[in-house]
Write a protein of this length. Structure first.
Length: 90
């Protein structure tokens, strides 16, 4: 009986960890925000980032990868559009 209880506890604990990790997973929008704030390793912030995006020195894929996300073209375009729109709103 102890073995069954321990196994069930281990499974429940693993499920809790997985659910917690999923709840705090970054989105492409979060990656764009972190990049803009200068909180991603290897990505410049603010006007430097916007200049790098415009000059194609940094891409949305670069930002997604720096945030630890899978880089696909759709999400990369979304990240770039957020940062370009932010530049145009000023």
């Amino acid at each position: 009986m102890k073995l069954i209880t321990r196994t069930a506890s281990a499974i429940a604990f693993s499920a809790t960890l997985f659910a917690s990790a999923t709840a705090f997973a970054l989105t492409p929008f979060d990656a764009a925000t972190l990049a803009y704030r200068g909180q991603l390793e290897g990505i410049s912030s603010y006007q430097s980032l916007q200049s790098d995006i415009q000059g194609r020195r940094v891409t949305g894929e670069d930002i997604l990868e720096a945030a630890g996300l899978e880089a696909n073209r759709s999400d990369a375009r979304f990240v770039e559009s957020i940062l370009r729109d932010n530049d145009n709103s000023n």
